[in-house]
Ligand binder design. Structure first.
Ligand code: AMP
Ligand code: TRP
Length: 338
């Protein structure tokens, strides 16, 4: 089994990034049996597909590296690096460009969403983004790729590319690429804004009160939770009855994700209570989980050299893991490298 996944180098990380993405990686790593290799990378090459600021990209990669380690990714057990340090990703993408079809890419909904009305002005990289993502996973013979729901289509494309390449260029009994399976974590929480239960918690929300940052201290967390938008009703007995109460549902969802209980179990303890009782309990639970993470994050983030060394070490391992598959792909295509 080989677990492979990538994450965007976003800075200003918040509770949504932790509960929705990073924590799932940590869980996969910690559950991995002997012989299962986890390969996790920060997708800086993908990041240039959208308008970006180079200085922000550089610090975003370090922010994400620090956050991943602070949250529990162990660079000794998992291979952790940023894509740009492993040229094999870009190389394999080019090779796969020969296999991927225009029609396949034309169906990708993320390109449509991200390019919006300005399709002509979108970068070519945004269009070919899913081919780089396919290279990311095929390069390491990924068997399992933990991703959110929105990435399922890209994973299906990676399978199509792998299958066509194997068909077109490999003997039937010796395919080069493994077909990867997406794994959607069963309860990957989607965390909403503390100010608006219909908007995702996001680093781009102008109100800092809308999110819990990984760098917030205990007082700030308690204050934000106490000011979170709610309604005057008491908490019901079951999660089903929270329908139509988006803000209340969000707080219960966060509680249940942090406590490792179902929403119904959480409500058993709080049914009939108002938010005056629920919010302090939620705030304390958040502080309990996030304090050690943010202390570690701040410490790691102060030392660029140490972070860069972690990524460089991971990249070294990734390069050797990737080499045989990349060579085989060149060979299969009839490309001579001397
Ligand atoms: P982004 O910078 O928004 O691309 O987020 C990086 C990762 O965190 C992605 O895998 C997202 O799915 C995840 N993420 C971001 N915001 C949230 C949220 N509010 N709830 C759950 N997951 C999130
Ligand atoms: N496109 C993914 C996202 O936006 C990030 C990503 C890039 C990725 N390469 C990957 C995810 C390979 C899984 C595997 O979240």
């Amino acid at each position: 089994m080989r677990v492979v996944s990538g994450i965007q180098p976003t800075g200003n990380l918040h509770l949504g990034n932790y509960l929705g993405a990073i924590r799932n990686w940590v869980r996969m790593q910690d559950a991995a049996q002997q012989g299962t290799q986890c390969v996790f990378f920060i997708v800086d090459l993908h990041a240039i597909s959208m308008p970006h600021d180079p200085a922000e990209l550089r610090s975003g990669v370090r922010d994400m590296a620090a956050a991943l380690v602070a949250c529990g990714i162990d660079p000794e057990r998992s291979i952790l690096f940023n894509q740009a340090q492993v040229p094999a990703h870009a190389e394999l993408q080019w090779l796969l460009n020969g296999t991927a079809r225009m029609g396949w890419l034309n169906r990708m909904t993320q390109f449509k969403d991200k390019s919006g009305k300005n399709r002509e002005g979108a970068s070519v990289a945004l269009f070919t983004y899913p081919i780089l993502q396919a290279a990311d996973v095929l390069l390491y013979q990924a068997t399992h790729v933990p991703v959110g729901d929105d990435q399922k289509q890209h994973l299906e494309l990676a399978r199509d590319i792998a299958q066509k390449f194997n068909n077109d260029f490999c003997p039937e009994d010796a395919p080069i690429f493994t077909l990867p399976d997406p794994i959607m974590p069963p309860q990957a929480a989607r965390i909403m804004s503390l100010r608006d239960g219909s908007a995702k918690m996001s680093k781009s929300d102008p109100s800092d009160m809308s999110r819990i940052n990984l760098t917030d201290d205990a007082d700030t967390i308690m204050k934000k939770v106490k000011k979170a938008k709610t309604d005057p009703e008491p908490l019901p007995e079951t999660a089903k009855e929270l329908e139509g109460r988006a803000e209340a549902l969000n707080l219960v969802t966060i509680y249940s994700a942090l406590a490792g209980k179902s929403a119904d179990e959480v409500l058993k303890d709080f049914a009939g209570e108002g938010f005056g009782k629920f919010k302090p309990a939620l705030g304390e639970l958040m502080v309990e989980t996030l304090s050690p993470i943010s202390a570690r994050y701040v410490e790691l983030r102060e030392d660029d050299e140490a972070l860069d060394a972690i990524l460089a070490k991971g990249a070294l391992k990734a390069r050797s893991l990737a080499a045989p598959t990349l060579s085989a792909a060149y060979q299969a295509l009839g490309l001579s490298r001397g």
